[in-house]
Design a protein around this ligand. Structure first.
Ligand code: FE2
Length: 159
């Protein structure tokens, strides 16, 4: 396997594991949300993450490789955050990590249709990050803040 192809495949698998983690976090967090509009937003994020998992698996297969079946460590880190506001903020930081990874990866993708799909994933991540940020910007509490102990949030840099 040449180096370029190997690096592209590693990046695609890393993103796949991160999206799988994000999908699980969104699904399990959504179950605990009572506010209907927030539940709908988190459900949208879940559906998008599932969609990008499928696209990444398809892209990896099109390169003649086997997609990873792992779930990124981001899942465990996110679910360890009990407060839903904090967890959703952490999820958004994970989404921003995905954006940065895609910005580096996309120019390295030779196949135009794969590049287009990854660009779609990039735009959708920008969109969802904005939707979650907008909830904070308006001062509307995402979820009632519980009297949790202040906790050190793990960094989303290695999902
Ligand atoms: Fe994502």
């Amino acid at each position: 396997m040449d180096t370029e192809r190997g690096e592209v495949l590693n990046a695609l698998n890393e993103l796949l594991e991160a999206e799988r983690a994000g999908a699980r976090v969104a699904m399990e967090t959504g179950r605990s949300i009572d506010a209907r509009d927030l539940a709908a937003l988190v459900d949208d994020i879940h559906k998008d993450e599932v969609r990008w998992c499928s696209m990444l698996m398809r892209t990896i297969k099109s390169l003649g490789a086997t997609p990873s079946s792992e779930t990124g460590a981001f899942y465990g880190k996110a679910m360890a955050i009990a407060d839903l506001d904090d967890r959703l903020r952490f999820l958004n930081r994970g989404q921003a990590w995905v954006v940065r990874k895609l910005q580096v990866l996309i120019p390295r993708i030779a196949d135009p249709s794969a590049r287009e799909e990854l660009n779609g994933m990039l735009q959708a991540h920008h969109h969802n990050i904005g939707r979650v940020e907008a909830r904070y910007a308006t001062g509307v509490p995402i979820q009632e803040v519980t009297a949790a102990q202040p906790q050190e949030l793990p960094t989303p840099s290695d999902p």
